[in-house]
Design a protein around this ligand. Structure first.
Ligand code: ACO
Length: 428
């Protein structure tokens, strides 16, 4: 393959180098485009064809349905690793040794206490507030309680901030849920595993012991691993671009949480459950909703189907589907919602509209079903996604800072009014 690509603009040819990744992905490096052509830029709304960076964290091939963190397949990680090992892998580049793993967990536990004043901020939110808004605000507020900025040239400083947020974030997640359900805040137990402690912090009721169910621990561990990174998606790009102004880690994460909230991104897991509930309430006629999804005059979309990158079965969806069956089987849940989900899935996979557009169930089609069976309220689903995505966001923020990436500042093609004279109020 040639090493350059040529673009001809008004009869003049310009050559640009090609950049090749380790998985043979190819990009045209247009960093010199504007300068060499006297102002020409590219336009690509939604960045469907634009690489914003080079990254060594996650590889995904949407056509083949491949997802790997630092070279390890998602299938293998979900089966053999736990969430904290995966977090370490994503953030620092390699699987931890036993000593590194123990130190990492101990350092996280040492940071798992939140300033009591954060509690007061939480109390000021109405119970009706959406947990994603609360979580984003509390994460940004952590900056006020940990004001020293991270010296990115110091490995120690960087490590400290990483363990600090990995320690405090689950507390914020659990508190957000407990506040909504009117339960007293709980700090869990330092002797528990990371995921077990999250479950305890979320579910322990004051007048009884919390008993761990290994199937739920395993399912949540898997869910968090599967959500841990997904290269340059909307929220991760938001974290990178926010951090590119040298804004701190916590506020960059808060920006990512806000981006994740939307129903076209992380909010889809909530939207899926709401859609399934609505179909159930409406009599359970999946065919009617399939027709709505295909009708271009109807804004309805089948939530949990389709993906910007996967044009094949989302590899995470396959793993999660199995976990969903295990959890529902273990808990003996007979959920009519599951029947509707299965019906929709079957119809969509056989429907020409969905086949032609390569629309397959994505990870969020099943995650909500598991969360619901675990007793997590629907509006907390996206918060659970944020909990899983945290290591990915941190890894990207760290990589972006260590690579000394420039501030993210896209250009535009202006299509507004050309210069005009100001009209005084009385003449308008
Ligand atoms: N239901 C019905 N039709 C759909 C759906 C859907 N869920 N998704 C895409 N389509 C159709 C579009 O109408 C379009 O049809 P057309 O070519 O006839 O105009 C075609 O498929 C391509 O769709 P786009 O919107 O161009 O695809 P894009 O890559 O921009 O969008 C997205 C991807 C946003 C995920 C979309 O598939 C969607 O809205 N899905 C539902 C929401 C969802 O599940 N989001 C979660 C994503 S995964 C995550 O964030 C973890």
């Amino acid at each position: 393959m040639a090493n350059t690509a040529s673009i001809e603009i008004e009869g003049k040819k310009y050559d640009f180098p090609l950049v090749k990744g380790t998985e043979n992905e190819v990009a045209i490096d247009i960093t010199k485009l504007r300068g060499s052509t006297g102002g020409v830029i590219t336009i690509d709304p939604g960045y469907k064809n634009t690489g914003s960076c080079e990254s060594a964290i996650t590889f995904l091939d949407g056509e083949k349905g491949i997802l790997r963190y630092r070279g390890y397949s998602i299938e293998e990680l979900a089966e053999k690793a736990d969430f904290l090992e995966v977090a370490y892998l994503l953030i620092f580049g390699d699987l931890p040794t036993k000593e590194q793993s123990e130190k990492f967990h101990n350092d996280i536990k040492a940071e798992a206490v939140v300033d009591e004043d954060v509690h007061k901020i939480l109390d000021a939110f109405p119970k009706s507030a959406h947990p994603m808004g609360v979580l984003s605000s509390l994460t940004a507020a952590l900056t006020a309680f940990n004001p020293s900025s991270v010296d990115v040239s110091s490995e120690e400083d960087m490590y400290k901030s990483v363990v600090r947020i990995l320690g405090k974030f689950p507390v914020l997640v659990a508190w957000t849920m407990r506040k909504k359900s009117g339960l007293p805040l709980d700090y869990g137990n330092k002797n528990l595993g990371y995921v077990e402690n999250i479950l305890k912090m979320m579910f322990k009721v004051p007048n009884e012991e919390y008993t761990q169910n290994p199937i739920l621990v395993n399912a949540l561990d898997k869910l968090l691993i599967l959500h841990a990174d997904h290269e340059q998606n909307c929220s991760t790009s938001t974290v990178r671009i926010t951090g590119s102004s040298h804004a701190g880690l916590f506020v960059s994460l808060a920006a990512g949480i806000s981006a994740l909230w939307g129903p076209l991104h992380g909010g889809a897991n909530q939207a899926v459950l709401e859609m399934l509930e609505a179909i159930k309430t409406d009599g359970g006629d999946t065919k009617k909703y399939m027709a709505k999804a295909k009708d271009k005059n109807d804004p309805f979309r089948l939530m949990g189907f389709g993906h910007r990158v996967y044009k094949n079965f989302d590899p995470r969806a396959k793993i999660i589907k199995k976990a969903a069956d295990e959890v529902l089987g273990d808990l003996g849940v007979e959920d009519p919602i599951l029947g509707i989900a299965k019906g929709l899935e079957k119809e969509a996979l056989e429907d020409q509209y969905f086949v032609d557009r390569k629309l397959y169930p994505n990870v969020d089609f099943y995650s909500g079903i598991i969360y619901r069976a675990m007793g997590i309220p629907t509006d907390m689903f996206t918060v659970m996604f944020a909990l899983g995505r945290l290591p990915g966001w941190i890894a990207h923020w760290r990589e972006m800072r260590l690579r000394k990436e420039p501030i993210g500042r896209p250009r535009q093609i202006y299509i507004g009014a050309t210069e005009r004279k100001f009209v005084p109020m009385e003449e308008r």
